[in-house]
Design a binder for this molecule. Structure first.
Ligand code: HEM
Length: 231
């Protein structure tokens, strides 16, 4: 790998470090986001009002707003660093690299991190347009409490089979991305303890599958139950 010392952001070691830090932060965002989305399992007027109240809080409470800006910054940093590292690795790869050797030494997910990351970025752009943009700049109706009706927007989006299917495919890609990324982040950060490192690796691998499984469960639930039809 072409590692040069170009300061805090320039060298590939520094880039890996920031990839790890931003990636772990984004994992913590996903845990919080999933916990919020679990409210979508509560159907009926009660669930609708609670979710809209939550949406209002998430877009107006100052501390959460700051966390949102940190999240956008982390997505940007992770993407730019990821592209730079992928380009560097490609440039440094020896000509005529034997493909079979590559697959013998590394998991499928670890060799496809750039592809899986690109799929996730594409998903985030579509997803932000569907909900974030509409919540902030769209013309949403109001619910009985006067909050923007984010719930109806969300549940009706998943009534379309192709929208729910897109989520299942993209979030499965995210799971593979996390399955390698989450544990390799700790390696990059130099966490290397004979007793705790194996525990951290196992925990991160479990989370890498459990978090996306939760998102997929929400998407499938909304498609199958179609809670918007009963109100
Ligand atoms: C069933 C799956 C999901 C549902 C129903 C869902 C729903 C939503 C909704 C309703 C919002 C708008 C609320 C707001 O602006 O605060 C939102 C925002 C967002 N979602 Fe999701 N989401 C899902 C999965 C994901 C996944 C897998 C990712 C990342 C890979 C993601 C990333 C984001 C981001 C970055 C925002 C903007 C958050 C902010 O402004 O602070 N979402 N999501």
């Amino acid at each position: 790998m072409a590692t040069t010392s170009k300061g805090l952001f320039g060298s590939s070691l520094a880039r890996k470090y920031w990839m790890a830090v931003s990636g772990l932060f984004l994992c913590s965002f996903l845990v919080g986001h999933l916990l919020g989305n679990l409210q979508l399992f509560v159907s009926g007027e009660e669930g609708k009002l609670a979710f809209n109240e939550y949406g209002h809080f998430m877009t107006t409470f100052p501390v959460v707003k700051i966390l949102s800006y940190v999240t956008y910054g982390a997505i940007f940093l992770h993407t730019v660093d990821g592209i730079m590292l992928a380009l560097q690795n490609r440039a440094a790869r020896p000509v005529g690299y034997v493909k079979e050797k590559q697959s013998a030494n590394a998991s499928w997910a670890s060799r496809k991190m750039a592809l899986l990351g690109t799929l996730t970025l594409f998903f985030i752009v579509v997803h932000m347009k569907s909900f974030w943009y509409e919540m902030h700049y769209g013309a949403l109706g109001l619910d009985a409490n006067g909050n923007k009706d984010l719930w109806t927007l969300t549940v009706t989006a998943f009534e379309q089979w192709w929208y729910a299917a897109f989520y299942v495919v993209a979030i499965t890609g995210l799971a593979f991305h996390l399955s390698h990324g989450a544990q390799s982040a700790f390696q990059t950060l130099g966490v290397n303890h004979p007793r705790y490192t194996p525990i951290i690796k196992k925990t991160m691998t479990a989370l890498a599958w459990l978090i996306p499984a939760g998102f997929v469960a929400v998407a499938v639930f909304l498609y199958v139950v179609q809670p918007g039809q009963n109100l």
